[in-house]
Write a protein that binds this ligand. Sequence first.
Ligand code: GCO
Ligand code: MG
Length: 423
Amino acid sequence: MTATPTGPSARTSAGTAIRSAEVLVTSPGRNFVTLRVVTEDGVVGLGDATLNGRELAVASYLTDHVVPLLLGRDAHRIEDTWQLLYRSAYWRRGPVTMSAIAAVDMALWDIKARLAGMPLHQLLGGASRTGIMAYGHASGRDVPELLDSIRAQLAEGFRAIRVQTAVPGIDKVYGVSARPSTSGRYDYEPAQRAPLPAEEDWDSAAYLRHVPGVLEAVRNEFGPALPLLHDAHHRLTPIQAARLGKALEPYDLFWLEDCTPAENQETLRLVRAHTTTPLAIGEVFNTVWDYQTLLREQLIDYVRSSVTHAGGITALRRILDAAAQYQIKSGLHGPTDVSPVGMAAALHLDLAIHNFGIQEYMQHSGATESVFRTSFRWEGGYLHPGEHPGLGVEYDDDAASRFPYQAAYLPFTRLKDGTVHDW
Ligand code: GCO
Ligand code: MG
């Protein structure tokens, strides 16, 4: 028998052999990359491969380098396929590679669960809770607008709210909607459709002076019980992050997110030593290695990864199990750039794991929902992935064809003196 690159034993002529794997790019309001895997028997699995602002790199990684390895393999062999894709490339990790692997992993779990006739969470151990507590986004260009935005999110049913605010002296701040989000869905999409990225400005000192007062106003208005979250979006130095965490302690945050760029995990020792504000980190991480020190030294409280960017259900489950040893919980990333497929995968994991914390839920647009038909439910502040076999998402090709890809970039940031800063 001739050895193939994927190994002869992984191939099969049974009905579960992978017949096709197709990369679908669509842009219903924003860009999404989806992998559709089909078995010889016609069972379909979907995986999300969307990497905001770098979509076509993952599409090419999949089409040019991954799809040829999948054809003829047994769709049931999820672990073997994951290990093959991770190890056979030689070049490991990174968001492009790990988003591509994630898409394959999700699609294969989708197929396995559809074949089992069960919603995916059943294969992950079954439900550990009845619903998934989600947080919504609120923002304002000033305090009254922010308070209105929070009221609108509460009216939508959210029981936990992320609070972002404009800062005097800074033109455009991450997370702040350009128009009031006082009714309907929160409308903040940082990726802009343009041939080049937009430039924003930043001033950490102005931000640090302004944010505690805003959180105080919010706490005073809504009382002590409402869980409040805030995202510093990687912009602070360790000592600034420590100061912010300390300054926010009176307002009892559910979490402070991405207080520093956490490429240097040891940095969090300093932040941790100075504040009891809970810390959430990891949306830009893509493997368990990025969390090694953070988990072992208990430097964070919440794991922020998405299924899409952390190598899929197989890999994120391992990160969350590692976190559970230290009572560190999940707080999975759920912005609109995680597609409904990636969101469904997150919800099945959220429902099954024991160390669930909270789930971000930004709500996709009507255009996005016309392409991705989901079966997850949003009721009373809680999400549920539903009981459809598999992930519970169907892809509508006709709807997708109405939304061709459009180049879009995340913005970047410069300080007042022109220095490029972390966005
Ligand atoms: C969040 C994130 C997002 C990211 C976005 C980048 O907490 O939801 O910070 O808003 O900026 O996902 O693509
Ligand atoms: Mg974030």
